[in-house]
Design a protein around this ligand. Structure first.
Ligand code: FES
Length: 257
């Protein structure tokens, strides 16, 4: 049975390009899992943790999200934890890859393995977070689609780079070859191309070597409304077909999407 809990909103503050909101709750969600919060609108809102501790969690949200307008001390009814998060037990070399708007659910993994590499892609330099916001031990690769900072994106491009710019693809392939597990948070339509890069970079990657957070609306969170249906592929080991992101995901083996 899915649990409801009362979370207590503590504070919200800007951390461009996001806002950070802090909730105290008895059972916070694991990385990649979520709660559905009643924030006063017609539908509950999915909240994915960006940091997790014994007393609760923080979320990183777009400016103007309804959670940023709560009053400190407000009680918020939440459903969950819900869903299947990232599966990284025992991983020692972890690669995280995100488009900037999708990055927050990967943030609890920054210190989840002895060695972590993080690749962040943004449209342009101004939308990249400052590097000092990440733990110093994290190996950071910044990517911009316009080449204004870091490597030139997009992640999937193999086109030759203009003079003085370095395409990110060789670096990404190198990191995929280095990693024991790679977790991706990007728009869903980018996953097939990213999966092709993984298949090219590794010989027979193990199940769950590449995991992807699927982003779909999840209004009920319990497999009842069918809104979050996600198509997966069959393999010799797994039965494919339609899955529910809210209960079978939202983290899936990217090579099965
Ligand atoms: S959110 Fe309703 S079935 Fe998944």
């Amino acid at each position: 049975m899915v649990k409801q809990q009362d979370a207590v909103f503590r504070q919200a503050y800007p951390a461009p390009p996001y806002w950070v909101a802090r909730f105290d709750v008895a059972n916070p969600p694991a990385p990649g899992a979520f709660v559905l919060a009643d924030l006063g609108g017609p539908l509950r809102q999915a909240l994915f943790p960006a940091t997790i501790d014994a007393d609760g969690f923080t979320v990183m949200l777009p400016p103007h999200h309804p959670a940023t307008r709560l009053l400190p001390g407000a009680t918020v009814n939440v459903l969950g934890p819900l869903g299947q998060g990232f599966r990284i037990d025992g991983v020692t070399r972890l690669l995280l890859v995100a488009e900037i708007a999708s990055l927050p659910p990967l943030l609890p993994l920054l210190e989840a393995a002895p060695a972590v590499a993080l690749v962040i892609e943004a449209p342009t330099r101004a939308q990249l977070p400052p590097p000092d916001r990440f733990p110093p031990a994290v190996e950071l690769t910044l990517v911009t689609r316009d080449g204004s900072a870091g490597h030139l994106g997009p992640l999937e491009s193999q086109d030759p780079a203009p003079a003085n710019l370095e395409r990110v693809m060789p670096r990404l392939v190198e990191l995929i070859a280095w990693a024991e597990c790679a977790c991706f948070a990007c728009p869903n339509d980018r996953y097939p191309a990213l999966a092709a890069i993984v298949r090219a970079a590794r010989v027979q990657p193990a199940p769950d070597f590449a995991q992807a957070l699927v982003q779909v609306p999840m209004p009920c969170g319990v497999g009842a409304c069918e809104v979050c249906r996600t198509q997966t592929r069959a393999t010799a080991q797994t039965q494919g077909g339609e899955k529910h992101a809210c209960i079978d995901g939202p983290v899936f083996d990217m090579l099965l999407l």
